[in-house]
Design a protein around this ligand. Structure first.
Ligand code: GLC
Length: 479
Protein backbone atom coordinates (compact mmCIF):
# COMPACT_ATOMS: atom_id res chain seq x y z
CA UNK A 1 0.00 0.00 0.00
CA UNK A 2 0.98 3.64 -0.51
CA UNK A 3 0.45 5.53 2.73
CA UNK A 4 0.79 9.27 3.28
CA UNK A 5 1.12 10.27 6.97
CA UNK A 6 0.41 13.79 8.17
CA UNK A 7 1.56 14.81 11.61
CA UNK A 8 2.74 18.09 13.10
CA UNK A 9 5.65 16.31 14.79
CA UNK A 10 7.55 13.19 13.81
CA UNK A 11 10.72 11.61 15.21
CA UNK A 12 13.62 11.94 14.85
CA UNK A 13 13.10 15.44 13.44
CA UNK A 14 10.69 17.19 15.82
CA UNK A 15 9.10 16.06 19.05
CA UNK A 16 7.10 17.57 21.88
CA UNK A 17 5.32 14.41 22.99
CA UNK A 18 4.19 10.87 22.23
CA UNK A 19 2.66 11.87 18.91
CA UNK A 20 6.14 12.16 17.38
CA UNK A 21 7.10 8.70 18.63
CA UNK A 22 3.98 7.10 17.23
CA UNK A 23 4.00 8.82 13.83
CA UNK A 24 7.59 7.66 13.37
CA UNK A 25 7.46 4.13 14.83
CA UNK A 26 4.23 3.27 13.08
CA UNK A 27 5.59 4.52 9.74
CA UNK A 28 8.81 2.57 10.20
CA UNK A 29 6.97 -0.64 11.01
CA UNK A 30 4.63 -0.20 8.03
CA UNK A 31 7.70 0.17 5.80
CA UNK A 32 9.18 -3.00 7.31
CA UNK A 33 5.94 -4.77 6.47
CA UNK A 34 6.41 -3.86 2.80
CA UNK A 35 4.37 -0.66 2.47
CA UNK A 36 5.50 2.63 0.99
CA UNK A 37 5.23 5.51 3.48
CA UNK A 38 5.69 9.23 3.04
CA UNK A 39 5.51 11.66 5.96
CA UNK A 40 4.57 15.32 5.51
CA UNK A 41 5.35 17.72 8.36
CA UNK A 42 6.29 21.37 8.97
CA UNK A 43 9.95 22.36 9.02
CA UNK A 44 10.51 24.04 12.39
CA UNK A 45 13.54 26.12 13.30
CA UNK A 46 14.79 23.44 15.70
CA UNK A 47 15.05 20.95 12.84
CA UNK A 48 17.87 22.76 11.04
CA UNK A 49 20.39 21.40 13.50
CA UNK A 50 19.53 17.91 12.24
CA UNK A 51 20.23 18.87 8.65
CA UNK A 52 23.82 17.63 8.78
CA UNK A 53 22.82 14.19 9.97
CA UNK A 54 19.84 13.74 7.69
CA UNK A 55 20.80 15.81 4.64
CA UNK A 56 17.74 17.80 3.65
CA UNK A 57 17.38 17.86 -0.13
CA UNK A 58 16.00 21.03 -1.66
CA UNK A 59 12.98 19.54 -3.40
CA UNK A 60 10.19 21.91 -4.41
CA UNK A 61 8.96 25.44 -4.13
CA UNK A 62 5.45 26.82 -4.67
CA UNK A 63 2.95 29.48 -3.79
CA UNK A 64 0.19 28.78 -1.29
CA UNK A 65 -2.77 31.06 -0.75
CA UNK A 66 -4.81 31.33 2.39
CA UNK A 67 -7.59 33.12 0.52
CA UNK A 68 -6.19 36.67 0.02
CA UNK A 69 -2.85 35.94 1.72
CA UNK A 70 -0.30 34.81 -0.81
CA UNK A 71 2.51 32.95 0.85
CA UNK A 72 5.19 30.54 -0.02
CA UNK A 73 6.15 26.92 0.72
CA UNK A 74 9.61 25.52 0.26
CA UNK A 75 9.84 21.75 0.43
CA UNK A 76 12.79 19.75 1.69
CA UNK A 77 13.09 16.01 1.46
CA UNK A 78 15.00 13.32 3.31
CA UNK A 79 14.79 9.57 3.73
CA UNK A 80 15.10 8.01 7.19
CA UNK A 81 14.68 4.28 7.84
CA UNK A 82 12.95 3.82 4.50
CA UNK A 83 10.39 6.56 5.22
CA UNK A 84 10.39 9.55 2.86
CA UNK A 85 9.95 12.81 4.78
CA UNK A 86 8.70 15.99 3.11
CA UNK A 87 9.20 19.05 5.26
CA UNK A 88 7.29 22.24 4.57
CA UNK A 89 9.29 25.39 5.27
CA UNK A 90 7.93 28.90 5.65
CA UNK A 91 9.97 31.47 7.57
CA UNK A 92 7.26 33.55 9.25
CA UNK A 93 5.18 30.53 10.26
CA UNK A 94 7.76 28.00 11.41
CA UNK A 95 11.11 29.69 12.09
CA UNK A 96 10.20 30.06 15.76
CA UNK A 97 11.59 28.65 19.00
CA UNK A 98 8.67 26.35 19.81
CA UNK A 99 6.41 24.03 17.86
CA UNK A 100 3.10 25.32 19.23
CA UNK A 101 1.28 27.72 21.53
CA UNK A 102 1.37 30.84 19.37
CA UNK A 103 -1.68 33.05 18.97
CA UNK A 104 -1.71 32.36 15.22
CA UNK A 105 -1.49 28.55 15.47
CA UNK A 106 -4.74 28.16 13.53
CA UNK A 107 -3.27 30.11 10.64
CA UNK A 108 0.09 28.31 10.83
CA UNK A 109 -1.51 24.89 10.60
CA UNK A 110 -4.01 26.02 7.97
CA UNK A 111 -0.95 26.86 5.90
CA UNK A 112 0.65 23.49 6.66
CA UNK A 113 -2.49 21.64 5.57
CA UNK A 114 -3.12 23.68 2.42
CA UNK A 115 0.53 23.25 1.42
CA UNK A 116 0.31 19.51 2.16
CA UNK A 117 -2.53 19.03 -0.31
CA UNK A 118 -0.69 21.06 -2.94
CA UNK A 119 2.42 18.93 -2.37
CA UNK A 120 0.48 15.69 -2.97
CA UNK A 121 -0.75 17.19 -6.24
CA UNK A 122 2.73 18.30 -7.29
CA UNK A 123 4.09 14.86 -6.45
CA UNK A 124 1.17 13.31 -8.29
CA UNK A 125 1.06 11.01 -5.28
CA UNK A 126 -1.72 8.47 -5.58
CA UNK A 127 -2.03 7.46 -1.94
CA UNK A 128 -4.12 4.46 -1.04
CA UNK A 129 -4.34 5.80 2.50
CA UNK A 130 -4.11 9.33 3.81
CA UNK A 131 -3.57 9.01 7.55
CA UNK A 132 -3.90 12.21 9.58
CA UNK A 133 -2.91 12.61 13.23
CA UNK A 134 -4.55 15.01 15.67
CA UNK A 135 -6.11 18.40 14.97
CA UNK A 136 -3.16 20.03 13.21
CA UNK A 137 -3.65 17.71 10.24
CA UNK A 138 -7.36 16.99 10.58
CA UNK A 139 -8.60 19.35 7.88
CA UNK A 140 -6.69 17.61 5.08
CA UNK A 141 -9.51 15.10 4.44
CA UNK A 142 -12.00 18.01 4.39
CA UNK A 143 -9.90 19.97 1.90
CA UNK A 144 -9.50 17.01 -0.42
CA UNK A 145 -13.10 15.84 -0.27
CA UNK A 146 -14.52 19.33 -0.72
CA UNK A 147 -12.10 20.80 -3.21
CA UNK A 148 -10.71 17.86 -5.15
CA UNK A 149 -13.84 15.80 -5.76
CA UNK A 150 -13.12 15.63 -9.45
CA UNK A 151 -9.41 15.04 -9.17
CA UNK A 152 -8.67 11.44 -10.25
CA UNK A 153 -5.55 11.52 -8.08
CA UNK A 154 -7.70 11.08 -4.97
CA UNK A 155 -10.54 9.05 -6.47
CA UNK A 156 -9.59 5.83 -4.71
CA UNK A 157 -7.92 7.27 -1.59
CA UNK A 158 -9.25 6.29 1.85
CA UNK A 159 -8.86 8.50 4.90
CA UNK A 160 -7.90 7.55 8.44
CA UNK A 161 -7.77 9.78 11.53
CA UNK A 162 -5.91 8.95 14.74
CA UNK A 163 -6.86 10.89 17.87
CA UNK A 164 -3.90 11.17 20.23
CA UNK A 165 -5.05 14.10 22.30
CA UNK A 166 -8.73 15.06 22.27
CA UNK A 167 -8.10 17.98 24.63
CA UNK A 168 -6.99 19.91 21.53
CA UNK A 169 -9.65 20.03 18.85
CA UNK A 170 -8.43 22.74 16.47
CA UNK A 171 -11.28 25.14 17.15
CA UNK A 172 -11.65 28.48 15.37
CA UNK A 173 -14.30 31.00 14.43
CA UNK A 174 -16.36 30.17 11.34
CA UNK A 175 -15.04 33.32 9.66
CA UNK A 176 -11.77 31.50 9.02
CA UNK A 177 -13.41 28.60 7.24
CA UNK A 178 -13.50 30.82 4.22
CA UNK A 179 -10.75 33.23 5.17
CA UNK A 180 -8.02 30.56 5.56
CA UNK A 181 -9.36 27.55 3.74
CA UNK A 182 -11.60 29.03 1.05
CA UNK A 183 -14.42 26.68 2.09
CA UNK A 184 -18.11 27.68 1.89
CA UNK A 185 -20.17 28.72 4.92
CA UNK A 186 -22.79 26.05 4.43
CA UNK A 187 -20.38 23.41 5.78
CA UNK A 188 -20.71 25.27 9.05
CA UNK A 189 -24.40 26.08 8.75
CA UNK A 190 -25.40 22.47 8.08
CA UNK A 191 -23.31 21.26 11.02
CA UNK A 192 -20.69 19.25 9.11
CA UNK A 193 -17.66 21.09 10.50
CA UNK A 194 -19.41 22.81 13.41
CA UNK A 195 -18.58 22.00 16.99
CA UNK A 196 -19.87 23.95 19.94
CA UNK A 197 -20.41 27.17 17.98
CA UNK A 198 -16.99 27.01 16.34
CA UNK A 199 -15.32 25.10 13.55
CA UNK A 200 -13.30 22.13 14.88
CA UNK A 201 -10.82 20.43 12.58
CA UNK A 202 -10.74 17.32 14.79
CA UNK A 203 -14.51 16.94 14.83
CA UNK A 204 -14.58 17.46 11.06
CA UNK A 205 -12.13 14.62 10.47
CA UNK A 206 -14.41 12.34 12.48
CA UNK A 207 -17.13 13.17 9.96
CA UNK A 208 -14.98 12.97 6.83
CA UNK A 209 -12.65 10.01 7.46
CA UNK A 210 -13.40 6.43 6.49
CA UNK A 211 -11.86 5.05 9.68
CA UNK A 212 -11.07 6.60 13.04
CA UNK A 213 -8.73 5.34 15.71
CA UNK A 214 -7.53 6.38 19.10
CA UNK A 215 -4.54 5.02 20.93
CA UNK A 216 -6.12 2.49 23.31
CA UNK A 217 -9.39 0.52 23.58
CA UNK A 218 -10.19 2.05 26.98
CA UNK A 219 -9.75 5.56 25.65
CA UNK A 220 -12.12 4.69 22.81
CA UNK A 221 -14.74 3.78 25.41
CA UNK A 222 -14.01 6.96 27.36
CA UNK A 223 -14.48 9.10 24.25
CA UNK A 224 -17.80 7.42 23.52
CA UNK A 225 -19.03 7.86 27.09
CA UNK A 226 -21.82 10.48 27.30
CA UNK A 227 -20.07 12.05 30.29
CA UNK A 228 -16.79 12.53 28.38
CA UNK A 229 -15.24 15.93 29.11
CA UNK A 230 -14.14 16.20 25.46
CA UNK A 231 -17.72 16.23 24.11
CA UNK A 232 -16.86 14.25 20.99
CA UNK A 233 -19.12 11.39 22.09
CA UNK A 234 -22.10 12.59 20.01
CA UNK A 235 -20.29 12.58 16.67
CA UNK A 236 -18.24 9.48 17.53
CA UNK A 237 -21.41 7.58 18.38
CA UNK A 238 -22.48 8.07 14.75
CA UNK A 239 -19.16 6.64 13.58
CA UNK A 240 -18.89 3.91 16.22
CA UNK A 241 -18.61 1.04 13.73
CA UNK A 242 -15.61 2.66 12.08
CA UNK A 243 -13.88 3.62 15.32
CA UNK A 244 -11.32 1.41 17.08
CA UNK A 245 -8.68 1.72 19.79
CA UNK A 246 -5.15 0.44 19.10
CA UNK A 247 -2.55 0.53 21.85
CA UNK A 248 0.77 2.09 20.84
CA UNK A 249 3.98 0.12 20.94
CA UNK A 250 7.39 1.43 21.95
CA UNK A 251 10.69 1.43 20.09
CA UNK A 252 12.19 -1.67 21.70
CA UNK A 253 15.55 -1.02 20.04
CA UNK A 254 15.87 2.42 21.57
CA UNK A 255 14.55 1.19 24.93
CA UNK A 256 16.72 -1.81 25.65
CA UNK A 257 18.33 -1.91 29.10
CA UNK A 258 20.78 -4.57 27.89
CA UNK A 259 22.34 -2.23 25.34
CA UNK A 260 21.39 1.32 26.37
CA UNK A 261 24.68 3.29 26.20
CA UNK A 262 23.37 5.93 28.61
CA UNK A 263 23.21 3.60 31.62
CA UNK A 264 25.79 3.15 34.38
CA UNK A 265 25.41 -0.59 33.87
CA UNK A 266 23.54 -2.60 31.25
CA UNK A 267 21.26 -5.30 32.59
CA UNK A 268 18.50 -7.69 31.66
CA UNK A 269 16.11 -10.06 33.36
CA UNK A 270 18.86 -12.30 34.70
CA UNK A 271 20.91 -9.61 36.47
CA UNK A 272 18.12 -7.15 37.25
CA UNK A 273 18.98 -6.76 40.96
CA UNK A 274 22.58 -5.81 40.31
CA UNK A 275 21.62 -3.55 37.41
CA UNK A 276 19.00 -1.75 39.46
CA UNK A 277 21.43 -1.12 42.35
CA UNK A 278 24.25 0.15 40.17
CA UNK A 279 21.99 2.45 38.17
CA UNK A 280 20.27 3.68 41.29
CA UNK A 281 23.54 4.53 42.99
CA UNK A 282 24.73 6.42 39.90
CA UNK A 283 21.43 8.31 39.53
CA UNK A 284 21.33 9.43 43.16
CA UNK A 285 24.97 10.48 42.99
CA UNK A 286 24.40 12.48 39.80
CA UNK A 287 21.43 14.25 41.41
CA UNK A 288 23.40 14.83 44.65
CA UNK A 289 20.92 12.84 46.77
CA UNK A 290 21.23 10.66 49.86
CA UNK A 291 19.59 7.27 50.28
CA UNK A 292 17.66 6.59 53.49
CA UNK A 293 16.08 3.25 52.65
CA UNK A 294 13.98 3.95 49.56
CA UNK A 295 12.04 3.32 47.50
CA UNK A 296 13.24 5.61 44.72
CA UNK A 297 10.39 7.15 42.72
CA UNK A 298 10.88 8.78 39.33
CA UNK A 299 8.86 10.97 37.02
CA UNK A 300 9.60 12.03 33.45
CA UNK A 301 6.84 14.12 31.96
CA UNK A 302 5.59 17.34 30.53
CA UNK A 303 4.56 19.22 33.66
CA UNK A 304 0.99 19.68 32.52
CA UNK A 305 -2.38 19.58 34.30
CA UNK A 306 -3.18 16.47 32.25
CA UNK A 307 -0.40 14.49 33.91
CA UNK A 308 -1.46 14.56 37.56
CA UNK A 309 1.58 16.54 38.75
CA UNK A 310 -0.57 18.20 41.42
CA UNK A 311 -1.24 14.78 42.95
CA UNK A 312 2.48 14.03 43.03
CA UNK A 313 3.17 17.26 44.89
CA UNK A 314 0.45 16.39 47.41
CA UNK A 315 1.17 12.72 47.96
CA UNK A 316 4.93 12.47 47.85
CA UNK A 317 5.59 14.50 51.02
CA UNK A 318 4.72 11.61 53.29
CA UNK A 319 6.85 9.16 51.36
CA UNK A 320 9.77 11.59 51.34
CA UNK A 321 9.45 12.04 55.11
CA UNK A 322 9.69 8.27 55.47
CA UNK A 323 12.95 7.73 53.63
CA UNK A 324 11.93 7.64 49.98
CA UNK A 325 13.65 9.49 47.12
CA UNK A 326 12.03 11.34 44.26
CA UNK A 327 13.67 12.32 40.96
CA UNK A 328 11.68 14.50 38.55
CA UNK A 329 12.52 15.49 34.99
CA UNK A 330 10.26 17.77 33.00
CA UNK A 331 9.09 21.24 32.22
CA UNK A 332 5.83 22.90 31.44
CA UNK A 333 3.29 24.94 33.33
CA UNK A 334 4.86 27.50 35.62
CA UNK A 335 2.72 26.69 38.64
CA UNK A 336 3.52 22.99 38.48
CA UNK A 337 7.22 23.71 38.06
CA UNK A 338 6.97 25.83 41.20
CA UNK A 339 5.24 23.04 43.11
CA UNK A 340 8.10 20.72 42.21
CA UNK A 341 10.69 23.31 43.21
CA UNK A 342 8.93 23.67 46.56
CA UNK A 343 9.26 19.93 47.17
CA UNK A 344 12.96 20.11 46.46
CA UNK A 345 13.41 22.98 48.89
CA UNK A 346 11.62 20.98 51.56
CA UNK A 347 13.62 17.79 50.94
CA UNK A 348 16.97 18.94 49.54
CA UNK A 349 18.70 15.66 50.45
CA UNK A 350 16.26 13.23 48.93
CA UNK A 351 14.34 15.01 46.19
CA UNK A 352 15.95 16.01 42.89
CA UNK A 353 14.24 18.08 40.22
CA UNK A 354 15.52 18.89 36.77
CA UNK A 355 13.35 21.45 35.02
CA UNK A 356 13.94 21.04 31.29
CA UNK A 357 14.49 18.06 29.11
CA UNK A 358 17.44 15.69 28.95
CA UNK A 359 17.23 12.47 27.01
CA UNK A 360 20.26 11.22 28.89
CA UNK A 361 18.71 11.78 32.32
CA UNK A 362 15.40 10.27 31.15
CA UNK A 363 17.13 6.96 30.37
CA UNK A 364 18.91 7.05 33.74
CA UNK A 365 15.63 7.63 35.59
CA UNK A 366 13.91 4.75 33.79
CA UNK A 367 16.74 2.43 34.82
CA UNK A 368 17.62 3.77 38.27
CA UNK A 369 14.22 4.08 39.97
CA UNK A 370 12.10 1.42 41.65
CA UNK A 371 8.80 3.04 40.72
CA UNK A 372 7.74 5.43 37.97
CA UNK A 373 4.89 7.90 38.65
CA UNK A 374 2.18 8.44 36.08
CA UNK A 375 -1.02 9.46 37.88
CA UNK A 376 -2.57 11.12 34.81
CA UNK A 377 -5.97 12.75 34.84
CA UNK A 378 -6.43 11.39 31.34
CA UNK A 379 -4.03 9.48 29.13
CA UNK A 380 -5.16 8.24 25.71
CA UNK A 381 -2.26 5.77 25.66
CA UNK A 382 0.91 6.82 27.44
CA UNK A 383 4.34 5.59 26.50
CA UNK A 384 6.51 6.12 29.58
CA UNK A 385 4.70 3.45 31.60
CA UNK A 386 5.66 0.89 28.95
CA UNK A 387 9.24 2.10 28.83
CA UNK A 388 9.58 1.88 32.60
CA UNK A 389 8.13 -1.65 32.61
CA UNK A 390 10.76 -2.66 30.08
CA UNK A 391 13.45 -1.34 32.41
CA UNK A 392 12.07 -3.24 35.42
CA UNK A 393 10.78 -0.03 37.02
CA UNK A 394 7.19 -0.42 38.11
CA UNK A 395 4.76 2.22 36.89
CA UNK A 396 2.30 3.70 39.41
CA UNK A 397 -0.61 4.79 37.25
CA UNK A 398 -4.10 6.06 37.55
CA UNK A 399 -6.38 3.71 35.68
CA UNK A 400 -7.36 5.88 32.75
CA UNK A 401 -7.14 5.30 28.98
CA UNK A 402 -4.10 3.34 27.88
CA UNK A 403 -2.77 3.19 31.43
CA UNK A 404 -5.61 0.83 32.23
CA UNK A 405 -4.88 -1.28 29.16
CA UNK A 406 -1.16 -1.64 29.81
CA UNK A 407 -0.82 -1.98 33.60
CA UNK A 408 -2.06 -4.80 35.78
CA UNK A 409 -1.75 -3.39 39.28
CA UNK A 410 -0.38 -5.19 42.31
CA UNK A 411 -3.12 -5.60 44.92
CA UNK A 412 -1.36 -7.61 47.60
CA UNK A 413 -2.46 -11.03 46.43
CA UNK A 414 -1.62 -11.16 42.72
CA UNK A 415 2.16 -11.16 42.77
CA UNK A 416 2.27 -13.77 40.01
CA UNK A 417 0.52 -11.65 37.41
CA UNK A 418 1.00 -8.00 38.45
CA UNK A 419 3.28 -5.73 36.38
CA UNK A 420 2.82 -2.34 38.07
CA UNK A 421 0.53 -0.50 40.47
CA UNK A 422 -2.73 1.29 39.74
CA UNK A 423 -5.47 3.32 41.40
CA UNK A 424 -8.85 4.62 40.34
CA UNK A 425 -9.80 7.86 42.03
CA UNK A 426 -8.09 11.01 40.88
CA UNK A 427 -7.41 12.46 44.30
CA UNK A 428 -4.84 12.32 47.10
CA UNK A 429 -6.54 9.32 48.68
CA UNK A 430 -6.28 7.32 45.47
CA UNK A 431 -2.64 8.22 45.07
CA UNK A 432 -1.88 7.49 48.75
CA UNK A 433 -3.33 4.03 48.29
CA UNK A 434 -0.98 3.39 45.38
CA UNK A 435 2.05 4.76 47.22
CA UNK A 436 1.12 2.53 50.18
CA UNK A 437 0.97 -0.48 47.86
CA UNK A 438 4.36 0.38 46.40
CA UNK A 439 5.88 0.53 49.88
CA UNK A 440 4.50 -2.82 50.88
CA UNK A 441 5.67 -4.44 47.66
CA UNK A 442 9.11 -2.85 48.02
CA UNK A 443 9.21 -4.18 51.59
CA UNK A 444 9.27 -7.68 50.15
CA UNK A 445 12.18 -7.55 47.73
CA UNK A 446 11.56 -11.04 46.40
CA UNK A 447 8.04 -10.11 45.35
CA UNK A 448 9.18 -6.74 44.05
CA UNK A 449 11.65 -8.33 41.65
CA UNK A 450 9.13 -10.94 40.61
CA UNK A 451 6.68 -8.24 39.55
CA UNK A 452 9.50 -6.26 37.92
CA UNK A 453 10.49 -9.29 35.85
CA UNK A 454 6.90 -9.83 34.70
CA UNK A 455 6.87 -6.20 33.56
CA UNK A 456 10.14 -6.64 31.64
CA UNK A 457 8.80 -9.64 29.77
CA UNK A 458 5.78 -7.83 28.27
CA UNK A 459 5.84 -7.63 24.48
CA UNK A 460 5.68 -3.95 23.59
CA UNK A 461 7.09 -4.05 20.07
CA UNK A 462 5.25 -2.19 17.32
CA UNK A 463 4.71 -5.28 15.17
CA UNK A 464 1.31 -6.19 16.63
CA UNK A 465 -0.07 -2.65 16.65
CA UNK A 466 1.14 -1.86 13.13
CA UNK A 467 -0.56 -5.01 11.90
CA UNK A 468 -3.83 -3.72 13.38
CA UNK A 469 -3.41 -0.45 11.47
CA UNK A 470 -2.67 -2.34 8.27
CA UNK A 471 -5.82 -4.45 8.76
CA UNK A 472 -7.79 -1.28 9.36
CA UNK A 473 -6.44 0.29 6.13
CA UNK A 474 -7.51 -2.81 4.21
CA UNK A 475 -10.94 -2.79 5.82
CA UNK A 476 -11.44 0.80 4.65
CA UNK A 477 -11.53 -0.49 1.07
CA UNK A 478 -14.08 -3.21 1.69
CA UNK A 479 -16.77 -1.26 3.50
C1 GLC B 1 -0.77 11.99 23.30
C2 GLC B 1 -1.48 11.35 24.48
C3 GLC B 1 -0.70 10.14 25.02
C4 GLC B 1 -0.33 9.21 23.87
C5 GLC B 1 0.41 9.97 22.77
C6 GLC B 1 0.75 9.11 21.58
O1 GLC B 1 0.38 12.64 23.76
O2 GLC B 1 -1.70 12.28 25.53
O3 GLC B 1 -1.45 9.43 25.97
O4 GLC B 1 0.51 8.17 24.34
O5 GLC B 1 -0.40 11.03 22.31
O6 GLC B 1 -0.35 8.46 21.03
Amino acid sequence: MKIAMFSSEVNPLAKSGGLADVAYSLSKELVNMGNEVIVVMPLYKSMWKKEKTYKFEDFDDFEVSLSWRKTHAKIYKTVIDGITYYMIANGPYFERDNLYSYPDDNERFAFYQLASVQLLKNLNYKADIIHVHDHQASFIPVLIKEKEQDNPLFAKTKFVLTIHNPAFRGEFDKFYLNDYYGLPDYLYDNGTVRFNGMVSTLKSAIVYCDKITTVSPTHRDELLDPSSEFHLNGVLELRKDDFIGVVNGIDVKEWDSRKDPKLAMNYGITNLEEGKHKNQEALLKQMGLKFYGGPVYGLVSRLSWQKGIGLVAESMRNALRNGANLVVLGSGEYELEQQMEALRREFPDTCGIYIGYSDDLAHKIYAGCDFFLMPSLFEPCGISQMVSQRYGTLPIVRYTGGLRDTVNGYTGDNVDVADGIGFNDYNAMGMDYAIGMSKSLYGNQKDFYKVARTAMRLDRSWAQSAKKYEDLYISAFTK
